[in-house]
Ligand binder design. Structure first.
Ligand code: GLN
Length: 206
């Protein structure tokens, strides 16, 4: 059983711990480099990416996070976590740093004002079968980022269509062992994205 940490500097840590446990992983909060060294993989939760970035620097976590990502540790970032995994961000704060690792440009708070928060059914490549709301993954978007550009090595796993959401945009990607979604599957009863990540972690361990 893989041990998966949840970066516990800020954000919806508890919800990810619960979703991971329900996806049959051993989940634990990670705040310090010593704790990071003990996990097989990591989830970076939703929250506020500028605050998370500041705290990661203050807690001496930014460099160890970059080292583990470079060494191939699987990481899943949701929402603010997606921003943390982006090599490039738009509309970030001037001093905002990211862990990086995914060759993509992510725009913060991208979905417009009247759509600060919305929900949508998402067709997710690699996720089949039925969830609590049917075949589609239930996507909860809260002041969500979107992926504005991806490099050649990045696989697009989900796109919002203009018919289903405020705009047609990339909302889930994968590059190697790194996974990111604009939305928050941890806030729904549908744990198939966490199960998908647990399968990624198991495959990386083999
Ligand atoms: N808007 C937040 C940010 O820029 C992300 C929102 C979220 O994680 N729900 O960090």
């Amino acid at each position: 059983t893989p041990v998966i940490g949840v970066l516990a500097l800020q954000g919806d840590v508890r919800e990810h711990l619960i979703a991971l446990a329900e996806a049959d992983a051993l989940a634990r909060p990670v705040r310090r480099p010593e704790e990071l060294a003990e996990v097989d993989a990591l989830v970076i939760p939703g929250g506020e990416s500028t605050t998370m970035s500041k705290l990661a620097l203050a807690f001496g976590m930014m460099a160890p996070l970059r080292e583990r990502v470079a060494a191939g540790m699987p990481v899943y970032g949701s929402c603010a976590g997606m921003i943390m995994l982006a090599d490039k961000i738009l509309d970030g704060r001037d001093d905002q740093e990211t862990v990086g690792g995914i060759d993509m440009t992510v725009r913060r708070n991208a979905f417009g004002r009247q759509n600060e928060s919305f929900e949508s059914a998402i067709a997710f490549k690699g996720i089949e079968g039925e969830g609590p709301a049917g075949e589609a993954v239930h996507g909860v978007f809260i002041r969500a980022p979107w992926v504005e550009a991806v490099g050649a090595g990045v696989e697009v796993l989900a796109e919002l269509s203009a018919a289903d959401g405020p705009e047609s945009r990339i909302v889930a990607v994968r590059q190697g062992n790194l996974l990111a979604t604009s939305f928050h599957p941890e806030l729904t009863g549908d744990h198939r994205v966490h199960e998908y990540f647990v399968r990624m972690v198991e495959a990386a361990a083999r």
